[in-house]
Every structure is written in structure tokens, then in C-alpha cells.
Design a protein around this ligand. Structure first.
Ligand SMILES: [Ca+2]
Length: 493
């Protein structure tokens, strides 16, 4: 109770001093935490993310609630674990009726809200009866000619400018959903952008071949393109005279679209870049290593705007931490997944997992270890030009093709696609790529982490921890494939 009173007092102090802040929420698509120039990759140049971090706070340990596009975005919007959203707990379904995100709450407070690029997607938000997308009304009409085929032609900065010209004077909340570095990449874009293959750092769970280096270089060039677009948006904000009183958050919805990364609970799947600035209030130059969850953004934004935080939001505001008033913030964060790509297994079945991360350890429970973690083979693939056929939860591309076709990399192939034990434990400090499962030798630690994970799941009403698994299983049966989602949309649902 004392803590709650403190939080309320902090919020009152912050908002009494100034008019309500604007919100600019920026989110890339499929970027792992270390792939910025300030978090561990000198071969990837992200000067605009770096500037944001230096002008505010760099969070070095930020984690998604789930490493899959739509439910990850839902958890950021609604400030809750992904498993609380019924159909919206997984990709290619529909938004949960009655669920509100932070833009909805701010719109009720008189904010103008808008979005550009990828909002809550992929999925059907109209089925829930909403009048506009969960991330805000769309501003996507301004286009540009991108330098590579894998990039979006949305002119994020021009659309932001157009939004700012609409209803000027009111505080605003704008969502910028960069479509990069999501696959498909244009082959050779990295080399054309000046990425030298000898500079590329190949994660140890991927084969170190020229094809994989080229694939990673293409990925890096897409990250740099998104960073340039973000920089252009920041210039729009500055020219509008709103830089000092705008909370700018930059993150990504899940890790890189490579095998054993996106769609998995390993570091490269769930650990994402994250920085935030609010020059009028937050001291610049902070680097925070506390564990941060995607569920924390919405409560942070609502507290900063003096908007009541609904009890349904399970995340915690970061404001007391970044204003220096409360620490440490959090000593564990949890995440999970239900299903990434519908159709990877018969009858829409998923591969449910739950995980807990402390500052040192990563603990994972595979709830159906009898199934294939990345989908069956043969099976569908996305994108469809991938020749390997199957493992549909792992987006297709040159790296996946090498893993699936070159028998020299059999061990790495198995790490990505073979069945996994029910329990995994990794020492993240000693083994940042999570290749050595130490669960068997650490029974007491496993029991302790399991108890912590169970406690959190029960407290936040995980359907699979509270006897309601059928709520999630029935969604999978209702949407067994992408085709099923599309046909429901065509029926006007
Ligand atoms: Ca994504």
C-alpha cells in the first residue's frame, strides 16, 4: 500500500509540473537486443537509437512477453501477459472484444491518437467490434521508393508529419510500427549497403557460412534502414517543438527471424533493444540493467499522463525507476508462447512454452515436449520460396535453408528443430547463446525457478496454470491455419 501511495504521489508531481506529455512509441519487427551499435554490435550502425539511449535511458535487459508479432504487440498495448488475451494470445486470429490498449485509454483522456506502419498484426481487429485499429487510426498514405525490395514503402516520417498537422494543439499518442527487419530480405542488400561479410558476427547457434553471413548482413541493413526512418521521425518531432515533452520509446516486438531465435524463448528470441527518453523529466545518460517486461510500457505511459492504470494491467510503471526514486525495479521477468505460425502442426496445434529470466539464469518449460518445437516436417513454410518444406514456426530464408540442407550442421539443425526436454536451464552469463542445458545438474535451482514461474503464472491467471487451458486450445482449433483466418475475414467477421 505504501508503494502504491508513493507511485500515485510521483505521478501527481510529474504531471503537476508540466502539461501532459506526448507519446511516440516506436517498434521494429524482429530485432534481437544486441543488434544495435550501443548494445553489442559495432558492425550494425544505429546512430538514432544510440542518440535516444544517450538522451534518456538504455534498458539493457528488456524482454517481450511472447516472441511472436501480434500477441507481443498486444502485451505492449494492454500492459498484460500475452496469455490473458484469449484469441489475441496468438498470431493470425482476432483482437479480444473489450480489450483496451494505452492509445484507447489516452483517446478517452482527449489525446489524438494515430499509427503508421505495422500496428497490432497479423490478425483481425474488426471482428472485436472496434472502430479503429488498437494501435490508433492509421496514417499510411504517404509513400516513398525504398532502396531494396525487402523494405516497406511507407514513409513513416511523412505520415507522422501528416498526423501532427491533424488536430494540432492537443497532446498526442503515435505508434510507429517499422516493418523492418522482418523477412523477406532482398538478397545482397547488406553488401550493397556496405556491410562486409568479414565484419558480421554469427551467433554460435547458426552455421558460419558465406550464405549465413550474407543473410545476417541483409538483416543488419534492414535494421539500419529502420534506424534512419526513426531518425527522420525524431527530426519531425523536433521541428514541431515537441521533443522536450514527448516520451519516446523504441523497442522491437521479438528477436531476429532466424532459426532458434524468433518464436523461441531463448535470448535471441525474447531479449530486445529498448530505450526511452523524456527530456523534460528523465535524466539523460542512464543505463539500467534491471529486468524490464513488455507489460511495463502501458502502465508507464498511463502513469506519466496521469491516467488511471486499470487493475487488469499486470505490468509495472518504469517511471519511479527512471526518475531515480525506486530500485531495484524487478528481479525476474516471465514470457511464453502458444503458437507462432498457424498450420505448422495438424489441427492448428501449437507448442506452448513458458519461461522465466533472472539476471543470471534462463529457465524454460516446454509444456508439450512430445511435439516438434518449430513445427512438423514436411509442412508449410513461410515465405513460400523456402525449399525445405516444414518447421513453419521458423521463418524461411537462406540461413534456414543451410541448416536444413547441409548435413555438416546436423547438431545445430537439431538445436533448432529437434524435440526438446521438458525443462531447460541456461546460465546466460556463461552461455549467452543458450546452447548448454544445465537443468539436470541443478535440481535445486530448477525447483526454485519453477516455483517462481508458477507463482507468477497463477497470480496473473495464465489459463494453463489455472485449469483453463481449453480457452487457448479452442482458439487454435478455430483458427487452424492462415487460410482459416482469411476466410473468416472475407465472411465479414
Ligand atoms: Ca515480429
Amino acid at each position: 500500500m505504501q508503494r502504491r501511495q508513493f507511485l500515485l504521489a510521483t505521478a501527481a508531481t510529474l504531471t503537476a509540473q508540466t502539461r501532459p506529455p506526448n507519446i511516440l512509441f516506436c517498434i521494429t519487427d524482429d530485432q534481437s537486443w544486441l543488434h544495435t551499435s550501443v548494445t553489442g554490435s559495432p558492425w550494425i550502425h544505429t546512430p538514432n537509437f544510440e542518440k535516444l539511449a544517450k538522451n534518456g535511458v538504455l534498458f539493457r535487459n528488456a524482454f517481450v512477453s511472447t516472441p511472436s508479432c501480434a500477441p507481443s504487440r498486444a502485451s505492449a498495448l494492454a500492459g498484460q501477459e500475452f496469455y490473458r488475451f484469449g484469441p489475441a494470445s496468438m498470431n493470425h486470429t482476432e483482437w479480444q472484444a473489450g480489450l483496451s490498449g494505452f492509445p484507447d485509454h489516452l483517446a478517452l483522456r482527449g489525446y489524438r491518437t494515430g499509427s503508421t506502419g505495422k500496428g497490432w498484426a497479423p490478425g483481425n481487429w474488426k471482428a472485436s467490434g472496434r472502430q479503429h485499429p488498437p494501435a490508433g487510426p492509421e496514417f499510411n498514405t504517404r509513400r516513398l521508393k525504398p532502396p531494396a525490395a525487402g523494405l516497406s514503402d511507407i514513409d513513416y516520417a511523412a505520415n507522422f508529419q501528416q498526423f501532427l498537422e491533424h488536430q494540432p494543439g492537443k497532446p498526442f499518442c503515435f505508434w510507429a510500427g517499422f516493418i523492418e527487419p522482418h523477412r523477406v530480405f532482398e538478397s545482397g542488400f547488406g553488401a550493397r549497403s556496405g556491410k562486409r561479410h568479414q565484419d558480421v558476427q554469427v551467433p554460435p547457434f547458426l552455421p558460419d557460412t558465406p550464405e549465413v553471413r550474407a543473410d545476417l548482413a541483409d538483416y543488419a541493413a534492414e535494421i539500419e534502414w529502420a534506424d534512419e526512418q526513426f531518425g527522420a521521425m525524431m527530426q519531425v518531432l523536433e521541428r514541431a517543438g515537441e521533443l522536450a515533452n514527448t516520451i519516446v520509446i523504441f523497442t522491437s516486438d521479438n528477436g531476429m527471424a532466424f532459426p532458434r531465435a524468433k518464436g523461441n524463448l531463448y535470448e535471441y528470441g525474447v531479449h530486445v533493444p529498448c530505450a526511452m527518453q523524456w527530456p523534460r523529466v528523465i535524466r539523460p545518460g542512464q543505463v539500467i540493467d534491471d529486468l524490464v517486461s513488455f507489460t511495463d510500457f502501458a502502465p508507464t505511459i498511463l502513469q506519466a499522463t496521469n491516467t488511471p492504470v486499470p487493475p487488469s494491467m499486470t505490468g509495472r510503471s518504469l517511471l519511479p525507476r527512471v526518475t531515480g526514486a525506486a530500485k531495484p525495479f524487478r528481479d525476474e521477468v516471465i514470457f511464453g508462447i502458444e503458437r507462432h505460425f498457424p498450420g505448422s502442426r495438424p489441427n492448428g496445434a501449437g507448442y506452448p512454452m513458458r519461461g522465466l529470466r533472472t539476471s543470471r539464469y534462463l529457465y524454460i518449460e516446454n509444456l508439450t515436449p512430445d511435439r516438434n518445437p518449430a513445427g512438423d516436417r514436411p509442412g508449410p513454410v513461410w515465405p513460400s520460396d523456402d525449399p525445405t518444406g516444414g518447421f513453419g514456426d521458423s521463418d524461411g530464408g537462406p540461413t534456414k535453408t543451410v541448416l536444413c540442407t547441409d548435413s555438416k550442421y546436423r547438431l545445430l539443425f537439431e538445436k533448432a528443430f529437434a524435440k526438446r526436454p521438458a525443462v531447460e536451464l541456461y546460465d546466460v552469463q556463461a552461455d549467452p547463446a543458450n546452447l548448454t542445458n544445465i537443468a539436470a545438474a541443478n535440481g535445486r535451482l530448477v525447483a526454485e525457478l519453477k516455483a517462481r514461474l508458477d507463482r507468477h503464472r497463477k497470480a496473473t491467471l495464465d489459463p494453463r496454470a489455472t485449469g483453463r487451458a481449453e480457452e487457448l486450445e479452442s482458439v487454435m482449433r478455430r483458427f487452424p491455419s492462415i487460410a482459416a483466418e482469411v476466410s473468416k475475414q472475407q465472411e465479414g467477421r
